[in-house]
Design a protein. Structure first.
Length: 217
């Protein structure tokens, strides 16, 4: 299972990279804006900076909503670094762009996926990753994990190579449950990833071990 961090914050990306468990980064225009990264020049420089920190895939989202614009932007982004994965929204023009990028060997991540039908057509179009937003579904009284299960079944039925990238992770148990269901990748905030480390019995046990060691020395 791959771990991606869902942020444009360079120090958090560095911290996850230093932990040694990071396989990639996902960004989106809102995450860029949150870090105060605006304007095409700055955004492009930021993608390059992220690629310097991590070894794996870095998703960079197109802003265009028409095929020609997505094609132009995606080709420009893909040229920045071989790690770049072009993030394309799940709309009709986006499906055409996914197919085009797949034909020319540019890696893609189909974003804003909220149904198994959308995941199916993204896989048919040759997306490398499909990003179901499980937290946003949960926020709308719909079980996001159920969607991951459905997509897993559909992809396994037909041996689709598209990887399920569970996105919009809100907490650590989302990650654990995605692992149980068989999502190929999760992308989440650093806090959710580091939450996997936590257990009070570990802290209590370590404290006792260290105290007992000191008693004997
Ligand atoms: C996925 O690539 C998106 O960046 C994402 O996970 C959005 O999640 P949010 O619902 O926390 O904004």
């Amino acid at each position: 299972m791959k771990f991606f961090i869902d942020t444009a914050n360079l120090s958090q990306i560095r911290e996850a990279q230093d932990l040694g468990v990071l396989d990639g980064v996902t960004t989106n225009p809102s995450l860029m804006a949150k870090e105060g990264i605006t304007g095409n020049g700055n955004i492009i420089k930021h993608y390059k900076d992220i690629c310097e920190i991590v070894n794996g895939d870095v998703s960079a989202e197109v802003i265009s909503v028409d095929f020609e614009g997505m094609k132009r932007e995606g080709e420009m982004l893909a040229k920045l670094n071989p790690q770049i994965v072009v993030k394309v929204p799940m709309i009709e023009e986006g499906v055409k762009a996914l197919k085009y990028f797949s034909d020319v060997g540019i890696k893609t991540n189909c974003t804003l996926v909220f149904s198994s039908g959308q995941a199916l057509i993204a896989a048919k179009a040759g997306a490398n990753y499909v990003s179901p937003f499980i937290g946003r579904l949960d926020d709308n009284s719909t079980d996001g994990l159920e969607l991951i299960k459905e997509i897993r079944q559909i992809y396994d039925n037909f041996a689709f190579k598209t990887e399920i990238l569970a996105a919009s992770i809100r907490h650590t148990m989302h990650i654990v449950n995605c692992a149980k269901i068989g999502a190929d990748v999760i992308t989440g905030p650093l806090s959710s990833i580091k939450g996997l480390l936590n257990h009070p019995l570990t802290d209590i046990g370590l404290k006792k071990f260290l105290e007992d060691y000191k008693k004997g020395n």
